[in-house]
Design a protein around this ligand. Structure first.
Ligand code: AMP
Length: 542
C-alpha cells in the first residue's frame, strides 16, 4: 500500500522560487569582474534566472543540453545555476585552472552547446575556440558597455540576452532525477571524468548542508563562499543558501587575504567556506595586520586536510569555530562534517581540537564504512584503517557516458580512494589517498599526518610527503617543504619538530626544500608530479 502524500518532484527551481518569494529581500553581494561590488537579492535573482531560462529557450536550448560556464563566484553565475537547471538543462561548471587541453577535452566530452564566460577568461576561450567545434556560441557574462573586442564571431552578451525577456515564466515540472549539473573531477591521472548531479540529489544535499549538524546554515547567516562555483558546485552552498534564504557573498576573482577580509567585515559574514591554502593566506594577512573577525563565527575547511595549527589559530586566536568537512566531487560533495557532540561540551579546548582535526561524522543520508582489501568491513575503533566507502542519494552512481566503467560494488558502495579510520563516535579521519600512503615494513605511514605536523614547524609554509623506495623497508617518507621567505629553518629543525609528535618509525628519512610545490587545478598537492621529480632520489638511510 502506498502512502497518500503528494509526489512533488524535488527540483532546483523550487529552491530559487522559494527564496524569491519568502526571502526576497535577502542580498546576494558579489565582487564583480568589471570592478565594483554588486548587490542583488533573491527576488531579483529568481526573476533574472527566469529571464535567462526564457532566453535560452529562444536560443533553442532544450532539456538535457549541457551549458558550460567558465566563471568566478558571482551573481550571474548563480543565476546560471538556477536558470539552466531550472529549465531542465545541465549547468556544466568548468575549472579554468585546468590545462587548456583538458578544458578542450571536457567541453567536447560534455558536448556543451553554449558556454558562459566571465570577461577574465575571454583570452582562454579565444585561444581554445577552434578546438571546440560543437559549441554554438559563447555568452559573455557582462553588459553591452563592457563587451570585449573579440575575434570570435559567435559571441552573445548576457545582459542583452536576458534584457529582451519579461520574466513571465513558470518553472517547468519534470522528473526529479533529471540531470541538473555536471562537474569533471580533476583526477591526477588520465582524463577528467564527469560527475552528473540530479535535481533530486542536489535538493537532498541542500537539506544536509542546512542541517544543524551539516553546515548548519540559515537565514541568519551571511555566507562567504570562497570555494569556487566550478569546484563541486561550491560545496552546494548556492543551492542550500537559497533553500534557507541565507545572504550570499561572492568574492569574484579577488581571493587574496586583504580582499577577503574586507568582504567579511563589510558584509558581516558569519560563515565562510574554503580550502586550507586560502585560509593560510587569510590568517597570514590577519595576523600581520593585527586584525580580528568581528562577525565571522565559523568557517568550513575542506578539500584537503585542515592542519591542527590552522584549526587552533581560528579557534583559539580568533574565536572562530571550525567545521572540518570531507567530501568529493562524487559526493556532491558533503560526506562528513566535523561538528562536536553534546557530550564534548565539557572537554578542554585542546581535546576539542583533537576532534576537529578529524574529518567528521556523516549526516543522515550518507552511509560510511571502511573495508580491507577483501571488502570486509573493519571495526570502528579509531585504529583500524581501510578504504573509505560511501553510499547515499547524493553519491555518484558512475561517471558521465560510462567513463571509468562500473564504480560501485555489488551492494552499491562507492570506493572513494581515500584511506581512513572511524572512531567509536563515528568520526572519520583520513589518513591518506590510497595511492599516497607510505608502506614501510608492513606498517602504513599517513603522508597527511606527517604533512600536517611539518607545517606546524616554524618557518615552514607548505609541505608534501611522498614515499621513496627503500632497500630494507620498501618505502620511507621524504618531506618536500617550502620555507617562509627569508627564514633559516633547516632540515634538522624540521626533524626535531616532528620527533615531538610522530612515532620513531613514522619520522621521515629526509627533508628537502623547494621554492614551490606543484598543485592540481583544485589546489591539492600534485603528488604524481613530485613522485616523478623525485623518482631517482636516494635517501640518506638507503
Ligand atoms: P575533489 O573531488 O577534487 O573535491 O577531491 C576529493 C578528495 O579531496 C577526497 O577524496 C580527499 O582525498 C580530499 N579531501 C577532501 N576533503 C578533505 C579533508 N577534509 N581532509 C583530507 N582530504 C580531503
Amino acid at each position: 500500500m502506498l502512502g497518500f502524500m503528494q509526489d512533488r518532484p524535488l527540483l532546483i527551481s523550487s529552491l530559487i522560487e522559494y527564496s524569491g518569494k519568502n526571502h526576497g529581500d535577502v542580498e546576494i553581494v558579489s565582487r564583480s569582474v568589471e570592478g565594483p561590488l554588486h548587490r542583488t537579492n533573491y527576488r531579483e535573482l529568481n526573476l533574472r534566472a527566469k529571464k535567462l531560462a526564457q532566453a535560452l529557450g529562444r536560443l533553442g536550448v532544450a532539456m538535457g543540453d549541457r551549458m558550460g560556464t567558465v566563471a568566478w563566484n558571482g551573481y550571474r553565475h548563480m543565476e546560471i545555476y538556477f536558470g539552466v537547471s531550472g529549465m531542465g538543462a545541465v549547468c556544466h561548471t568548468i575549472n579554468p585552472r585546468l590545462f587548456p587541453e583538458q578544458i578542450a577535452y571536457i567541453v567536447n566530452h560534455a558536448e556543451d552547446k553554449y558556454i558562459f564566460v566571465d570577461l577574465t577568461f575571454m583570452p582562454l576561450i579565444e585561444a581554445l575556440a577552434e578546438q571546440l567545434p560543437n559549441v554554438e556560441g559563447f555568452i559573455v557574462m557582462t553588459d553591452e558597455a563592457n563587451m570585449p573586442d573579440s575575434k570570435l564571431d559567435n559571441l552573445l552578451c548576457y545582459e542583452t540576452l536576458i534584457g529582451a525577456e519579461d520574466g513571465d515564466y513558470t518553472w517547468p515540472d519534470f522528473d526529479e532525477m533529471t540531470a541538473s549539473s555536471l562537474c569533471y573531477t580533476s583526477g591526477t591521472t588520465g582524463n577528467p571524468k564527469g560527475v552528473l548531479y540530479a535535481n533530486r540529489s542536489t535538493v537532498l544535499h541542500s537539506f544536509c548542508v542546512c542541517a544543524q549538524d551539516g553546515l548548519g546554515i540559515s537565514n541568519r547567516d551571511s555566507i562567504l563562499a570562497v570555494v569556487p562555483m566550478f569546484h563541486a558546485n561550491a560545496w552546494g552552498l548556492p543551492y542550500a543558501a537559497a533553500m534557507c534564504g541565507a545572504k550570499m557573498v561572492l568574492p569574484g576573482a579577488a581571493m587574496d587575504g586583504a580582499s577577503l577580509y574586507e568582504l567579511m567585515e563589510a558584509e558581516e559574514v558569519t560563515l565562510s567556506a574554503g580550502v586550507p591554502t586560502i585560509w593560510m593566506m587569510l590568517l597570514g594577512y590577519v595576523k600581520e595586520n593585527n586584525l580580528k573577525f568581528t562577525s565571522m563565527n565559523r568557517t568550513v575547511i575542506g578539500g584537503s586536510a585542515a592542519p591542527r595549527s590552522m584549526i587552533s589559530a581560528f579557534v583559539e586566536d580568533y574565536g572562530v569555530d571550525v567545521v572540518h568537512a570531507w567530501g568529493m566531487t562524487e559526493t556532491s560533495p558533503i560526506g562528513t562534517t566535523g561538528n562536536l557532540l553534546k557530550r564534548h561540551e565539557s572537554l578542554s579546548e585542546a581535546e576539542k581540537i583533537d576532534i576537529r582535526v578529524k574529518q567528521g561524522r556523516v549526516v543522515y543520508g550518507v552511509e560510511l564504512k571502511i573495508t580491507n582489501d577483501d571488502n570486509i568491513e573493519l571495526p570502528r575503533d579509531g585504529v583500524a584503517f581501510g578504504d573509505i566507502k560511501v553510499r547515499g542519494p547524493w553519491i555518484t552512481n558512475g561517471y558521465f557516458k560510462g567513463e571509468g566503467g562500473d564504480v560501485l560494488d555489488d551492494n552499491g558502495w562507492f570506493s572513494t580512494g581515500d584511506v581512513g579510520t572511524i572512531d567509536p563516535d563515528g568520526y572519520m579521519q583520513i589518513t591518506d589517498r590510497s595511492k599516497d600512503v607510505i608502506k614501510s615494513g608492513g606498517e602504513w605511514i599517513s603522508s597527511i599526518d606527517v604533512e600536517n605536523e611539518a607545517v606546524g614547524c616554524a618557518g615552514i609554509v607548505e609541505a608534501a610527503v611522498i614515499a621513496i623506495p627503500h632497500p630494507k623497508w620498501d618505502e620511507r617518507p621524504l618531506v618536500i617543504a617550502v620555507k617562509q621567505e627569508g627564514h633559516s629553518v633547516t632540515r634538522e629543525d624540521v626533524l626535531k619538530h616532528l620527533e615531538s609528535s610522530l612515532a620513531k618509525w613514522q619520522l621521515p628519512d629526509d627533508v628537502v626544500f623547494v621554492d614551490e610545490l606543484p598543485h592540481t587545478a583544485t589546489g591539492k598537492l600534485l603528488k604524481t608530479k613530485l613522485r616523478e621529480d623525485f623518482k631517482d632520489y636516494v635517501l640518506p638511510t638507503a
